[in-house]
Design a protein around this ligand. Structure first.
Ligand SMILES: Nc1ncnc2c1ncn2[C@@H]1O[C@H](COP(=O)(O)OP(=O)(O)O)[C@@H](O)[C@H]1O
Ligand SMILES: [Mg+2]
Length: 308
């Protein structure tokens, strides 16, 4: 059955995914069985081979409707994403990407199968517990930025921290730190209309970041940005992935954008039809210094052709 072989491939690639991006010596020490295909030398870019599974789909299906009109938005999907991965999800319109993201983000649940987040079976959680999980472990970035128009950058970033119940002073401090991390120090009091599209998306990333998420889920995060702005946002995501160890799952329909990730998963008709490491991610992932965003002249081989 097609889905069985897809499942097999997917779990295998999931296990090999992080190790495939690991330095050769780490890969050699890996406990992953079998040969590691195309191990790319990406120092410090790779999660440790023993990184625990963070997101696990086991035979996940999501059905809409019934009988004649039944749609299998997801059809028996197996997927493992480990801590520290940066995964791009691609696929034609209607292939199940958003459905998968909604399940990963605990906004929706599988009709069949199991979704575990950090070992916890999400479908067994109450609605409140899922909301807590979202609030404390997940950050969301959307194509449309979703900022409050009449609120300053700082207030926008603070908002989710209010729901977390943090005291005012700590909220402000965290929000400022997050804005600084995304390169918006000094823009705290600007409202969205006073910021460019790229800056607005940075505010949205800061908002996600302020909650110290384990995972960032990004649905077409650069869909509204020109290619230079997209490049900068992707470098920022790479930096958060590498330096902060944040696991990133990003949906995009542009191969140039997916190329910044370290693993590419392709959905077709609700199934995963491809799952492979990105051998040489675009941007500056391989950069020795670890300082990516402002290092256009670092001359790393990966730098060339980084621009979409
Ligand atoms: N709420 C819904 N009700 C009925 N069908 C839906 C719903 N959401 C998604 N679908 C269907 O599920 C399939 C996958 O949708 P989606 O995950 O949004 O795809 P993608 O994000 O890859 O474009 C599509 O056929 C879509 O029409
Ligand atoms: Mg979609």
């Amino acid at each position: 059955m097609a889905s069985a072989s897809v499942s097999g491939t997917v779990s295998g690639a999931g296990a090999a995914g992080p190790a495939a991006g690991a330095p050769a010596r780490v890969a050699a020490a890996s406990t992953v069985a079998g040969p590691l295909p195309d191990a790319a030398p990406l120092p410090e870019a790779a999660p440790l081979p023993e990184a625990a599974p963070l997101i696990e789909f086991r035979h996940v299906s999501r059905l809409y409707g019934a009988g004649e009109t039944e749609v299998r938005a997801l059809d028996d999907v197996d997927l493992t994403i480990r801590r520290g991965e940066f995964v791009a999800i691609m696929g034609p319109s209607g292939s199940g990407k958003s459905t998968a993201m909604n399940i990963i983000g605990c906004l929706d649940r599988p009709s069949l199968g199991e979704y575990r987040f950090d070992g916890v079976a999400v479908q067994d959680l109450s609605q409140d517990a899922r909301a807590l999980l979202r609030r404390h472990y997940l950050g969301f970035i959307f194509q449309g930025f979703n900022l409050l128009a009449r609120s300053s950058a700082l207030e926008n970033v603070e908002l989710p921290l209010i729901y977390k119940g943090l005291p005012r002073a700590e909220r402000a401090a965290r929000a400022r730190a997050a804005l600084e991390k995304v390169g918006l120090a000094g823009r705290e009091s600007h409202d969205p209309s006073q910021l460019s599209g790229g800056q607005q998306q940075r505010v949205a990333i800061a908002r996600a970041l302020a909650g110290s998420p384990m995972v960032m889920l990004a649905d077409e995060p650069t869909g509204n940005l020109d290619s230079q702005r997209s490049h900068e946002i992707l470098l920022l995501l790479q930096e958060l992935n590498r330096k902060e160890g944040i696991t990133i799952v990003m949906v995009t329909h542009e191969p140039e954008i997916a190329a910044y990730a370290r693993r590419l998963v392709i959905f077709t008709d609700g199934r995963i039809t491809r799952d492979a490491p990105v051998e040489r991610p675009a941007g500056a992932v391989g950069c020795e210094t670890g300082d990516t965003a402002g290092a256009p002249e670092s001359g790393t081989p990966g730098e060339k052709g980084a621009r979409p």
